[in-house]
Write a protein that binds this ligand. Structure first.
Ligand code: NAG
Ligand code: NAG
Ligand code: NAG
Ligand code: NAG
Ligand code: NAG
Ligand code: NAG
Ligand code: NAG
Length: 592
């Protein structure tokens, strides 16, 4: 999408200033598509494992509560703020049903829901306090999607379904790593670079396990981080397609506790609706783009350090790569603008009835941390043509890292690998990135017969896009193949990463082609053909679904109960936007 912006603006003859270009980049994820609506609304959906909203046994809650019914008009800086009062019955699972209807524009699903200062996602239970469940302030931030061009409003209904599923162990205390803005009725996400992400927390002595979940995604210059170039190459194609985003296609999110590295996350390359080429994502959106997972770091080895009754600091960083002229890569201190980040610390108490051990002046004991410097191998080759113009650029990053932290009771270890091969051709107008991320995160309880849990994952990705320009016509031809594969034994409670408790497996893969064309930056059309194969095993139940969408309508759905087939194919044509700027969804919002 980055190059679309530059190519498009270049061709439209209105060369913007650099700053206004960046300003616009964050909006690509809003699909610019205006779908004609002759026969009623079309459902845009993410393929997911169906969630049970009802209790297994007759006892416990089976209750639905309406949390919010709200029209988000010009809502930037104006989140919905309401009160959340949990029901009196017993529950261990809360399902959140978020329904958004919009006439005229695709819904931006990057809405954030908070209870107080804590970001909440579906299937992570938000039972806030050990001392009972307290009413909380509900803050729902849908950002601003409205401008003079984007006139559609977003009608949002949010319900919570409380049930008792028996098999779900929930955290006893959840502490936020967030900007803690709920007192001023504001959303609490950090924006980095810029914000100081350090927070202080006191960890009760009764806690026996502690897991940190991290929610982080890139926006603007960082939305397509996996296609970014090396910083010394950002001007290679400036004269043809404009400036590229830098810091390489490698990203690492780091958690620090008291200044000690506690674990790292190598993010899943989420692609939001409208990303790369809009025709891919309607009506089947990209993997996870409606429901972002939060990878987890087990910080239990830090408990002996943390349980001394004092406050301790938690801090999240995002790193890319700095690359020297000599070709040496090191983790960068910062990345481009910007990432939206929060974390949650899930605390589990084993025996709630036994009196808490004395905490006063307990000697704190740091974990044994083994964090060798990650290994990076990079290559880069810029090819120039006869007249000295930059013709093509091939670059590659291979990264390997291992990390472990151990206490006498428990050991957390991570091994991670990453590779990204990128090629720009045709003076920057054609780009392919082939990326593969994989990892093994595991916890071994050393005292407890060496019980171990592990999460294995793989994120393959290939994205190719070519921008063509003839006369006043701009075209994009793109194809992609991507996957999200997870195999997990399950940890102490519901995982914010696997979205379930207990063992689970997921194989979700998408592939497709898309074409986009616009004349004079205005009259535009999209075509697309996307397949999605989904196979998920959780709670002992296997769910499989294969779907295919062609040009905005459903061409195949293996799920006989699905209502998507037979829904009208609205197509994607006749968009009639006034300009490339509006087509790209540039809005007035600027967050950092
Ligand atoms: C979610 O809510 C929408 C409308 O509010 C409703 O149509 C839909 O059936 C609900 N889904 C579930 C699974 O309850
Ligand atoms: C949104 O809600 C408003 C007010 O309730 C209503 O007038 C409008 O038709 C709704 N729009 C959609 C797309 O449902
Ligand atoms: C971030 O905030 C913490 C306290 O919350 C402070 O100790 C630290 O110096 C700050 N860091 C920067 C870079 O300002
Ligand atoms: C070619 O790339 C180099 C290195 O990034 C840059 O300095 C130069 O301006 C580029 N040439 C053109 C014509 O864009
Ligand atoms: C060489 O590259 C420059 C820009 O990078 C381009 O303007 C020029 O047309 C190219 N020349 C040839 C002969 O391809
Ligand atoms: C994952 O890591 C754990 C701990 O290092 C190890 O015991 C296990 O064999 C690894 N699993 C795989 C599939 O590599
Ligand atoms: C837009 O494209 C459609 C289909 O190609 C065509 O019928 C229509 O005349 C075009 N409109 C403008 C303003 O160019």
């Amino acid at each position: 999408m980055l190059l679309l912006l530059y190519c498009a603006l270049f061709l439209s003859g209105h060369l913007p200033t650099a700053s206004s270009v960046h300003w616009g980049l964050g909006y690509n994820r809003q699909s610019p598509l205006q779908v004609p609506n002759p026969t009623g609304p079309q459902e845009v959906f993410q393929v997911y494992h169906p969630v049970s909203f009802t209790s297994k046994e007759s006892h416990g809650c089976n209750t639905e509560i309406l949390l919010m019914e709200h029209v988000f008009g010009a809502s930037y800086g104006k989140p919905f703020v309401g009160n959340y009062q949990p029901p009196g019955c017993e529950f261990d699972t809360v399902g959140i049903n978020l329904t958004v209807t919009s006439r005229g524009r695709q819904f931006d699903r990057l809405a954030l829901m908070y209870l107080g200062d804590t970001e909440v996602f579906r299937t992570s239970t938000a039972e806030p306090m050990a001392e009972g469940i307290e009413p909380q302030k509900l803050i729902f931030d849908l950002g601003n999607l409205i401008s003079d061009i984007y006139t559609g409003s977003f009608n949002v209904t949010l319900t919570a379904h409380f049930s008792y599923q028996e098999n779900a162990r929930t955290a006893d205390i959840i502490l936020p790593i967030s900007a803690a803005n709920s007192l001023s009725n504001s959303p609490s996400a950090f924006h980095v670079p810029g914000d100081n992400t350090t927070v202080q927390h006191r960890i009760p002595a009764a806690v026996s396990r502690a897991i940190v979940s991290i929610s982080a995604w890139g926006q603007s210059q960082e939305e397509f981080w996996w296609s970014n170039g090396f910083s010394p190459d950002t001007e290679d194609f400036k004269s043809t397609v404009g400036e590229l985003s830098g810091f390489s296609p490698f990203r690492e999110i780091q958690l620090y506790i008291d200044g000690i590295l506690a674990g790292v996350i190598w993010p899943f390359p989420v692609i939001f609706t409208g990303g790369v080429a809009p025709g891919f994502w309607r009506p089947i959106v990209g993997i996870d783009s409606f429901d972002l997972r939060q990878p987890e770091i087990d910080i239990s080895p830090f408990l002996p350090l943390l349980q001394d009754g004092q406050e301790h600091s938690f801090e999240i960083h995002v790193r890319g790569l700095d690359i020297t002229a000599g070709g040496i890569a090191t983790l960068s201190d910062a990345v481009g603008s910007y990432w939206v980040i929060t974390g949650n610390i899930f605390l589990f108490i084993d025996d709630k009835d036994s009196p808490a051990p004395l905490v006063m002046n307990r000697e704190s004991e740091a974990p044994r941390v083994n964090a060798p410097t990650p290994r990076f191998t990079i290559t880069r080759s810029l090819v120039q043509n006869q007249t000295g113009g930059n013709e093509s650029l091939a670059y590659c990053v291979v990264a390997e890292r291992s990390f472990s932290a151990s206490s006498p009771r428990l050991s957390w270890s991570q091994t991670l690998s990453f590779a990204n091969h990128g090629i720009f051709n045709q003076q920057g107008c054609s780009q392919v990135n082939q990326q593969h991320t994989s990892g093994n995160f595991s916890t071994v309880e050393l005292e407890d017969n060496s019980i171990s849990t592990s999460t294995l994952f793989e994120y393959p990705l290939v994205v190719s896009s070519t921008y063509g320009t003839t006369g006043n016509e701009l075209t994009i031809d793109a194809w992609m193949e991507r996957g999200l594969y997870i195999e997990a034994t399950g940890g102490p409670g519901i995982s914010t990463y696997t979205l379930t408790s207990g063992p689970s497996q997921l194989r979700s893969s998408q592939s497709g082609t898309a074409h986009y064309q616009s004349v004079n930056g205005g009259n535009s059309s999209s075509q697309g053909d996307t397949m999605h194969d989904f196979e998920s095993l959780r709670n002992g139940k296997l769910y499989k679904r294969s779907v295919r969408a062609v040009n905005g309508g459903m061409a195949y759905d293996s799920d006989p109960n699905s209502k998507t087939m037979g829904s009208p194919s609205h197509g994607l044509d006749g968009l009639g936007r006034d300009s490339v700027r509006s087509m790209l969804g540039r809005g007035p919002r600027h967050l950092s």
